[in-house]
Design a protein around this ligand. Sequence first.
Ligand code: FAD
Ligand code: NAP
Length: 306
Amino acid sequence: MYDTLIIGSGPAGMTAALYAARSNLKVGLIEQGAPGGQMNNTSEIENYPGYDHISGPELSMKMYEPLEKFQVENIYGIVQKVEDDGEGKVKRVITEDATYEAKTVVVATGAKNSLLGVPGEEEFTSRGVSYCAVCDGAFFRDQDLLVVGGGDSAVEEAIYLTQFAKSVTIIHRRDQLRAQKVIQDRAFANEKIKFIWDSVVTEIKGDDVKVSGVTIKNVKTGEVTEKSFGGIFIYVGMNPVSSMVADLGITDETGWIITDTDMKTSRPGIFTIGDVRQKDLRQIATAVGEGAIAGQGVYQYIVEHF
Ligand code: FAD
Ligand code: NAP
């Protein structure tokens, strides 16, 4: 039996693993993809203390490397369910092909992109519609691109795309961006970036091969227009990845997991950290801080209960 099983090796999960392993616990870190989580989807990180700037994949590897030294066991798997014995002792973590037992569980499964939910989105995903500029941007050299959304992700990734694109248009449903001021200022100063304000995409269009453009509606005037784009990048927010704990009664009505300030859920021995928590600030720095608290928390829990 593991002392702790941590689900997800984003910055939150990797930090929890490091802290728990340094307390000499038997730690399993279950991940369905590459270590780093959402950090792998961004080219430039400029607000993680200690680095002037660093790429997401590079920071991911720097967080991952020490885990081997402290004998964290990396387990590949897609977790489908977490079960609790109801007495605060044995937890079961069930993947597609195995069941693992642990004294404690840390849920660090993060968040994933919301869909825009308009006709054509699903049809043209990977055929001109993308949710990851870092992964796909280079395929769109010299094209006119559209970025949907007004938050940090949309504006930051629009700036990133200007290195490949002929032009990048940000379409936002209001007349003010949500992104941090420093990111906004950089976008406003970039000659390749244009804005369409107070407007939403109502349909994504294309031919048999790929995207060709969108239908746009101005929400103030009601005016409908058609515009041509070679690619569409969608950044309209995030959804929690918490279906594996849906039966445990630890989420709010939209799926974000509720914890106290020690990262404890209402289920004894089940902790939650990072973006999947119900909270205001979803950042690498907050994920890492919560990982440290949970890593120490599982140690305390085991000392007190086993
Ligand atoms: P995540 O990074 O989401 O990691 C969760 C991990 O859990 C993933 O690896 C996932 O594969 C795994 N997982 C999920 N479900 C399962 C399952 N069922 N089974 C197994 N594994 C599972 N923040 C900053 O501070 N600075 C930035 O510059 C910055 N830029 C960003 C740019 C973009 C485009 C995006 C999308 C986000 C950015 N962020 C930035 C936010 C930051 O990346 C997140 O706040 C942070 O990664 C959250 O960490 P996490 O560990 O909670 O979750
Ligand atoms: P976000 O902050 O929730 O922003 C989503 C944007 O999409 C908002 O501008 C929202 O409009 C818009 N939107 C939502 N639904 C829409 C719809 N149906 N149609 C059109 N527009 C829609 O999401 P995010 O930008 O992905 O950021 C997620 C988290 O990661 C945030 O906490 C963010 O701070 C963090 N992050 C940080 C950095 C960084 O620090 N450098 C970079 C990226 C992400 P409204 O503004 O009108 O609500």
